[in-house]
Design a protein around this ligand. Structure first.
Ligand code: ADP
Length: 365
């Protein structure tokens, strides 16, 4: 596990050191620094790379909320956790709403609660950072698609038509056939660009809520039953929990992974297994196949638009399925990746939030 760096800000030396010691127990080997003067914290943030800053809600020089706001402005994806005294909880709840990741009541400072709260705060901020980076990347990509790609495609189609019109019926049949291929290729390219532009511009944040993965798999099973039967394949479903996500997006993701597991498969009986494992507040979905596998150098590239490892003549496809799946997973606050062994099979993992009835304001208990 990578070493974490924490900063504890509290004007009371005794309380500060109790919290620092608890963090050291919760995260063995962590770099834990302490600071009594909140005014000096902002300077330190520029110099050191902290994973999380914990600050006392009540400090004479600058209260925790003001410090949190200043830190947020300086470092938008730094995990910030407020430490509250008795009676501060309502105010701390406001702090959570205005950008603090979480709060821990002083009465609950113990290694378990601290580990849970800090891990969650760090994880959520890392995710937010990844999502923001991807959104930026996608926006520039969408712009390039809409403005730079469409125009030359239109020109290819227009000029192909013009040449076709100049040829008289019966003239140079070979050339007529080449023009038909050219025009068909331009049409397909235009479609691909449309799908991709749609993908990049569809960045509306989906509604998230309770999603029963067992129900998702029932829907997917119905949709792909004929496809699996044609291949004499098998779909094995293990235990599947409820998650926090969006049902429509989850159906798309799971269906895509199952269909790929069947397509990129040369086993006598193509088989896909799906199961979900819950740990703390996360759920890890695994979709395992006994297919052709993927060479390690392509394990991340396959999630990028249009990346295909085989010609359409061998396996049909657009090279967009996993790109869309990744987008759908990220939109639900999750991650997707895969592991594979060439000739043996591939497992796709989707990490998402385990469904717990929504508690608007969380305390680390
Ligand atoms: P498509 O299937 O339309 O080509 P995807 O984005 O779904 O596009 O997949 C991208 C590429 O990743 C595929 O062309 C294929 O080479 C590879 N791939 C995807 N899923 C699997 C799998 N389960 N096993 C082996 N290769 C896979």
């Amino acid at each position: 596990m990578e070493t974490k760096a924490f900063l504890v800000v509290d004007d009371d030396p005794a309380e500060r050191s109790i919290l620092a010691d608890t963090i050291k127990v919760a995260f063995p080997g962590a770099d834990v620094r302490q600071m009594g003067d909140p005014d000096r914290v902002l300077g330190l943030i520029g110099e050191c790379d902290f994973d999380c800053v914990l600050m006392d809600y009540n400090m004479p020089q600058m209260d925790g909320l003001a410090l949190a706001k200043a830190l947020r402005a300086l470092s938008p994806y730094l995990a910030l956790v407020m430490v509250t005294g008795v009676g501060d909880e309502t105010l701390a709840a406001d702090a959570v709403r205005s950008g603090v990741s979480d709060y821990i009541p002083k009465s609950r400072i113990n290694p378990d609660a601290v580990r849970r709260a800090l891990s969650r705060a760090i994880h959520e901020n890392e995710l937010a950072h990844t999502i923001a980076e991807q959104r930026k990347e996608l926006e520039s990509f969408a712009y390039a698609l809409a403005h730079d790609f469409k125009q030359p495609i239109r020109q290819i189609r227009t000029f192909t038509k013009l040449i076709e019109n100049e040829l008289k019926p019966g003239d140079n049949q070979e050339m007529q056939q080449h023009l038909t291929f050219l025009s068909e290729a331009a049409r397909r390219l235009g479609n691909l660009v449309d799908v991709m532009a749609q993908y990049t511009l569809l960045s509306k944040v989906p509604q998230l809520g309770e999603v029963d993965l067992a129900k998702v798999i029932c829907e997917v099973r119905d949709a792909v039953a004929a496809f699996i039967a044609e291949r004499r394949g098998e779909l094995a479903v293990g235990e599947l929990p409820k998650i926090r996500g969006n049902q429509t997006l989850m159906i798309q993701v799971i269906q895509n992974l199952i269909v790929n597991g069947m397509i990129y498969n040369k086993s006598r009986v193509p088989r896909v297994e799906i199961s979900g494992d819950v740990q703390d507040s996360r759920c890890l979905i695994a979709v395992r196949d006994n297919g052709i596998g993927i060479e390690s150098e392509y394990l991340t590239e396959i999630f990028t638009p249009l990346k295909r490892l085989h010609p359409s003549s061998e396996f049909p496809g657009t090279g967009l399925g996993l790109t869309l799946a990744r987008k759908a997973v990220v939109q639900q606050g999750g991650r997707i990746w895969c592991k594979s062994e060439v000739g043996k099979g591939t497992t796709f993992y989707v990490d998402c939030e385990y469904w717990q009835p929504k508690v608007e304001l969380r305390a680390a208990v």
